[in-house]
Design a protein around this ligand. Structure first.
Ligand code: ACK
Length: 811
């Protein structure tokens, strides 16, 4: 009876000291505990701590998660390897102030095991997500008796440290979970490695799986995507006491976490409030070349080369036979051994992920010249580089032994100076001479020939017209429709445009200039004044005018009339106040105006306009020069296709033709048109696909560059699509706000890729495109795009230029 009464009293006492979920407290005192179902919440309400089951597991763990994020995202777990299988667990202080978890039988299943004790221990959950044991009267971070940030799992939060306390020998490293449902340590761990020069290394078991590399003042040399940005700052701290990597979020209210997932991928995630989802911001490992030491000794990996592994200059495969079958395992060896005493030298390799630095030596105060002589003086020194690439570079890092795990990064890589023998160095110099001199001679000769050809052409055509006008194949089948289009008086247009003043000028094109004007009745117009030296005759001009006059669609710019007087030829269009699409999508500031719904509306409008040209209008018209600068935007940002100067009318049953004169713009021309002069409605579909991907990404196809490869935008979109990272191409300006439209964006990219497929027969018609855009019909898998591989220099240089008429030999 007495026992019963005691148990009853104990239960009453116990219940009164347990916290419940309603109590919004962040501190747990020695006489308090947390039972399953009750939690504590950090002061600002960012994090919550209590019992939880990850994924679909039914096991109970003490964990920390984001309080305000509905889908519980766990950032830390205490008893990773000792879960409870009932809900009778209790979290409390033990007699020493340590944190313990008891199971239903009162057995300790986990303890914080801190050897540091404090006088008045309290447990506190901080707004950073750190759970600490401290003295109630001392909140100095240095004096915590224990903290969860010192015992991370798979998550690395802003403000925590990845690396070493050199005084205590404590290492904080990340361990992957076994699976989404099992937080016990998986195969991967992410460490700051202290052998040689510190580097960030992912291990699978004890083997290195990925090396983010050495910190070069800006980033880890193997993480070119880690750029200074407006979202978070990261840094690597190296002092006598500590060696660690950390990062801070500029806007601390944006939940951000870095994790290593159970497949060993290091990822940075950000919470998007608007769409209530996590967005993947950065992935450290991108491609095959990130496999540690793929190309072995003195091999360099370039994902855009085939095969990806190459020996560095001055080196050759150890076994050519193996190398020929893409077996890199024996790596490369020197063509000529170093002599050390006989004046070895160095070859500069720019844009590299520097080699594994576990066998290296460094001095952060030396200059590069001092570094070079230091390396020369030591016969086993194989390479040198700056430790810090900021400014003109500083510090000295020397490698000894073989150089391994080198990757090429066109952008954000660093310079490495590799030691080779004097004779190899001399060969290299003469090779450069051998290559450069003929190149200079050839380029000079070609320039001469081009200048001469241009001069001759000018003489002949007096600045010849670069545009083709509408031309009905086999004559004008449209009858005389001139009377349908108003003729403007030249004086009226001159008055409307202040005498074609420079102030009224909107811009120029290959055809002449465009002026803004206002008619007497206050109507705004755009006057296209074709240049006088146009070689086009009156007949073609009338033909063009009459053709456009027959086109009426809300997504085509409306022709209001024309003027033909005193040798002047002018076209009068409705005025579009928002200018052309390119001035929005390719401008980082202006593009903010175009959120996803607006971009989608523009894509859809262009598709409708093109469908009208191809199919619904009385004529079948191929535009031939669809591009961002030929789409104008009205007051409501609705798109209007303009510039029919190069368009061609086909017979109602024809869908294309051949031409010996290719007109269009680099980056938008389909392969069959650019190469063979074959234009068809499918070459317009190709241009539409390019334009669609430009609108989604905010990048110009022809001017696109990427640090990791040399593809144009199409190649990049194809690459991300095949890597299941389709949404990676989305313009960063809208990336954070597309979550509720993700499916639509994904479909749009898929449709874009279908339109730019290499073979015209594979591309959809505009009718199918419109259907795909407006319905949820399943989309086919796109095949490889045309014109997506490495661009040649000339192509890139002239990327933004209008391609002048090119005469091509008939096939
Ligand atoms: O981007 P923009 O300002 O828009 O620069 C070009 C320039 O003339 C040469 O084509 C602008 N432009 C052409 N047609 C019109 C129009 N109907 N309304 C307004 N601007 C126009 C175009």
């Amino acid at each position: 009876m007495e026992m019963c009464a005691n148990a009853f009293l104990f239960s009453i006492l116990f219940l009164s000291l347990s916290l419940n979920s309603a109590a919004n407290v962040d501190i747990l005192r020695p006489n308090q505990n947390i039972t399953d179902g009750s939690t504590i919440v950090s002061a600002g309400g960012h994090f919550e701590l209590g019992f939880i089951s990850p994924g679909s597991s039914t096991n109970r763990y003490v964990g920390i998660w984001y309080k305000k994020i509905p889908a519980k995202t766990i950032v830390w777990i205490a008893n990773k390897e000792t879960p409870l299988n009932t809900t009778s667990g209790i979290l409390k202080h033990n007699i020493n102030g340590n944190l313990i978890i008891l199971n239903g039988l009162g057995h300790v299943v986990w303890s914080s095991n801190s050897s540091t004790s404090v006088n008045n221990p309290v447990l506190q959950l901080l707004d950073s997500g750190n759970f600490v044991i401290r003295d109630e009267n001392d909140s100095d971070t240095e004096n915590y008796a224990w903290q969860s940030f010192d015992n991370p799992g798979n998550t690395f939060l802003p403000g925590s440290k990845l690396g070493w306390n050199l005084e205590t020998g404590l290492e904080r490293y990340l361990s992957s979970w076994k699976s989404e449902d099992d937080p016990s340590p998986g195969e991967y761990t992410y460490h700051v490695d202290r052998d040689g020069y510190p580097q960030l290394i992912m291990r699978k078991g004890s083997a290195i799986d990925f090396r983010a590399g050495t910190w070069n003042g800006v980033r880890f040399s193997g993480s070119p995507n880690l750029k200074p940005n407006r979202i978070y700052h990261s840094d690597f701290v190296s002092s006598n006491k500590e060696l660690y990597y950390h990062y801070e979020v500029v806007d601390a209210s944006i939940p951000t976490r870095k994790i290593i997932n159970s497949l060993g991928k290091s990822q940075t995630w950000m919470w998007i409030e608007q769409s209530q989802t996590w967005q993947l911001y950065l992935t450290a490992q991108k491609d095959e070349c990130d496999h540690y030491a793929l190309c072995r000794a003195y091999g360099s990996c370039n994902i855009n080369s085939s095969p990806a592994c190459e020996c560095l200059d001055g080196f050759e495969p150890k076994s050519q036979k193996e190398w020929d079958v893409a077996d890199w395992s024996s790596g490369c060896v020197r063509k000529v051994q170093l002599s050390c005493t006989d004046g070895d030298g160095f070859v500069k390799h720019p844009g590299l992920k520097s080699p594994d630095a576990r066998q290296s030596w460094f001095d952060r105060n030396m200059t590069l010249d001092e570094c070079k002589s230091m390396c020369l003086r030591n016969c086993s020194c194989t390479a040198y580089a700056n430790t810090d690439i900021r400014g003109s570079g500083s510090g000295c890092l020397l490698w000894f032994n073989e150089l391994i795990d080198i990757k090429e990064h066109k952008q954000n890589g660093q310079d490495l100076y590799i030691r080779i023998s004097a004779s190899e160095l001399a060969k290299g110099r003469s090779k450069v001479r051998f290559i450069i001199i003929p190149i200079i001679l050839t380029v000079t000769m070609m320039l001469g020939v081009c200048l001469w050809a241009i001069r001759m052409r000018w003489k002949k055509h007096a600045g010849g017209n670069r545009r083709l006008f509408f031309k009905t194949d086999g004559g004008n089948r449209n009858g005389d429709v001139d009377s349908e289009l108003p003729l403007f008086d030249l004086t009226t247009l001159a008055n409307a445009t202040n005498g074609f003043s420079t102030n009224s000028k909107l811009g120029e094109g290959g055809f002449g200039s465009v002026y803004k004007g206002m008619l007497h009745e206050g109507k705004e117009i755009a006057v296209k004044r074709l240049s006088k030296d146009s070689t086009q005759g009156l007949k073609e001009f009338k033909n063009e005018v009459s053709c456009i006059a027959q086109l009426q669609h809300r997504n085509l710019v409306k022709l209001l009339g024309c003027s033909m007087q005193k040798g002047e030829r002018m076209l009068v269009y409705e005025y579009m106040p928002n200018k052309s699409l390119d001035s929005f999508i390719f401008d980082k500031e202006q593009s903010k105006v175009l959120d996803w719904p607006k971009r989608y509306n523009i894509i859809y409008g262009i598709a409708r306009g093109l469908l009208y040209l191809h199919q619904d209008s009385r004529l079948r018209i191929i535009h031939r020069d669809l591009k961002a600068s030929n789409v104008l935007l009205d007051h409501g940002m609705n798109p209007k296709i303009s510039d029919f100067g190069t368009a061609r009318i086909c017979g109602e049953t024809e869908t294309g033709a051949n031409t010996t004169k290719v007109v269009g713009t680099y980056g938008y021309m389909s392969p069959e048109y650019a190469i063979d002069g074959k234009f068809s409605i499918k070459s317009d579909v190709y241009s539409f696909g390019v334009l669609l991907l430009e609108i989604v990404s905010g990048e110009s196809n022809a001017n696109f560059t990427h640090p990791d490869h040399n593809f144009n935008l199409l190649g990049h979109a194809w690459r991300t699509y095949t890597n299941y990272e389709t949404l990676d191409i989305v313009d960063e300006v809208i990336a954070k706000s597309i979550h509720e439209h993700q499916l639509e964006v994904f479909r749009a990219i898929n449709i874009g890729l279908l339109c730019v497929q290499q073979y015209p027969a594979d591309r959809p018609t505009m009718a199918s495109v419109v259907l795909m855009l407006t319905s949820k019909v399943p989309l086919p898998q796109p095949k490889q795009p045309g014109f997506f591989t490495e661009r040649k220099l000339h192509e890139r240089d002239s990327a933004t230029n209008y391609l002048t008429v090119t005469t091509m030999a008939p096939r």
